[in-house]
Design a protein around this ligand. Structure first.
Ligand code: AHR
Length: 498
């Protein structure tokens, strides 16, 4: 039977939060040093910021960037990275085993964000850090009062507050690799206390709870303990909550193409389960509906195999076409699940497990850059209901539990209509390595002038290297008549006037 995709511009399912196209810059490998910050390079500006990196961040229209880690933050003292450079201490770095020079710190990152036109999202040190230190950081960044840390910011050259809105209550605190690993009981208690104090200092910030992968007892427990009906010091407001978002992390990867490309569908199930745990915590804690429903902050996601690209060696993955199709599937998942997502951050934005690799003279757009670019550019506005009717893949999956638990149609689809309601965009990933699918697309008017963007290559294993782009974006047109054939191992975006 011929596959059919049905999409209707009138049937919106939810708004797409633009922050799902967020990035992440950790003090790890060549992300900051030799990446974002490369003083002395002829491609850098007077502050040492690589201009070509800034241009690509602008091209991607990255709305928010998480900083400074990741695992790095568990031993990071923000005070080491502010003030005159010559006085900043060099410190042993325990997450990736190196030396942190502190040449690049809070003010440099926030200046970089202003130049890029993106919003900062800071993670707090729940390892060796203290609550006092965290409060000092919030005051330094956000306070307009005449108090110690706000005045220190002024002394360091910044009069106006930076207004950092998003703050994470630690990173992967459940992980045995963490300096300061915690039990779920200890974490929930500490996170709740820190959240209370931080909201007293600055009620305008949005706090992000540290979850795991979503469907775990850690997630269920910390949500239940921290999502409450909070009145503490918030003026008795009945609409307040200390926690705005719950963070989860998942990396997918598999040696074989099909399990690799399809794997992000397991993250879709993780989002659904996490959303249910949020609802359950609210119901059990009798949180009134006037308190905005917490969303998910998927603040680390990507294709990454840490054995293939170890973190201690800088995790510079070389991405294939198969990985690009996986990224397109990840992003389809985020569009389909946009109702539950307040933010998502590809880990990471530069060099470290990134779609972008710098060399001393240029910037390489890896295969995975192209789907990310098309989504960030066109899949904004509202997600649309879309239905696909086609055969299903029934081979091995990674993780194994996916098989029989989530659907795996050969065509993975999502659709959006832009904010003005003018353009419909439909993304179709054809996982198949050996056949195209001639498909009826219901919802496209026959006289439409459909713009077609295709991301594919000669084989699923091809990679982009300096000077040779095997995988890019091809643009063409379709008249909307008859069926459309989605080529083997490809991502296609069809765009037409609503
Ligand atoms: O993104 C790389 C690392 O992966 C992060 O530092 C950590 O949070 C995760 O384990």
């Amino acid at each position: 039977e011929q596959p059919t995709i049905t999409v209707s511009a009138a049937h919106k399912i939810s708004e797409i939060n633009k922050n799902i196209y967020g990035g992440f810059a950790e003090h790890m490998g060549r992300c900051i040093y030799g990446g974002i910050y490369d003083p002395g390079n002829s491609l850098s500006d007077e502050r040492g910021f690589r201009k070509d990196v800034i241009d690509v961040m602008k091209e991607l229209d990255v709305p928010v960037v998480r900083y400074p880690g990741g695992n790095f933050v568990a031993t990071y003292h923000w005070l080491d990275g502010v003030g005159p450079r010559e006085k900043r201490p060099r410190r042993p770095e325990l997450a990736w085993i190196g030396v942190e020079t502190n040449e690049f710190g809070t003010d440099e990152f926030l200046q970089w964000c202003e130049v890029v036109g993106t919003e900062p999202y800071f993670a707090l040190n729940f390892g060796t850090g203290t609550l006092d230190e965290a409060l000092g950081w919030v005051e330094y960044c956000n306070s307009s009062a005449s108090t110690y840390y706000a005045n220190l910011r002024r002394a360091n050259g910044r009069e106006k507050p930076w207004n950092v809105k998003y703050w994470a209550l630690g990173n992967e605190m459940w992980g045995p690799w963490q300096v300061g690993q915690m039990t779920q009981e200890d974490y929930a208690k500490t996170a709740y206390q820190w959240a209370k104090a931080i909201k007293l200092l600055d009620p305008s910030v949005e706090l992000i709870l540290c979850g795991k992968e979503g469907p775990t007892s850690w997630d269920a427990y910390v949500l239940k303990e921290c999502i409450k009906f909070d009145l503490h010091g918030l003026g008795g407001s009945t609409t307040a909550s200390l926690i705005s978002m719950h963070s989860i992390h998942i990396y997918t990867a598999a040696k074989e193409h099909l399990p690799n490309a399809i794997a992000p569908r397991s993250a879709e199930r993780a989002i659904e389960i996490t959303a249910s745990l949020i609802d359950l915590a609210r119901i059990e804690n009798k949180v009134p509906s006037s308190v905005a429903r917490q969303t998910i902050c998927f603040d680390e996601w990507n294709v990454w195999d840490p054995v293939r690209a170890p973190g201690e060696e800088g995790a510079e993955e070389k991405y294939t076409l198969s990985d690009a199709l996986s990224i397109a599937t990840w992003l389809n998942v985020f569009i389909r699940q946009s109702r539950h997502l307040g933010m998502a951050n590809i880990a990471q934005s530069l060099n470290v497990i990134s779609p972008l690799l710098t060399t001393p003279t240029t910037i390489i757009k890896q295969t995975t850059y192209h789907p990310l670019y098309l989504f960030s550019r066109y899949m904004r506005g509202s997600a649309l209901a879309v239905h696909v009717c086609c055969g299903t893949y029934d081979g091995p999956t990674k993780p194994d539990w996916m098989r029989g638990t989530v659907d795996t149609p050969w065509l993975d689809v999502s659709a959006a209509v832009d904010e003005k309601g003018e353009w419909v965009s439909l993304v179709v990933v054809n996982f198949s390595d050996d056949r195209g699918w001639e498909t009826k697309v219901e919802g496209v008017k026959e006289w439409s002038d459909v713009v077609v963007y295709t991301v594919t290559g000669s084989g699923v294993d091809v990679v982009n290297v300096e000077g040779k782009e095997e995988v890019g974006i091809q643009e063409s047109k379709w008249d909307g008549k008859g069926a459309f054939t989605f080529p083997k191992h490809s991502m296609t975006m069809l765009r037409w006037k609503a």
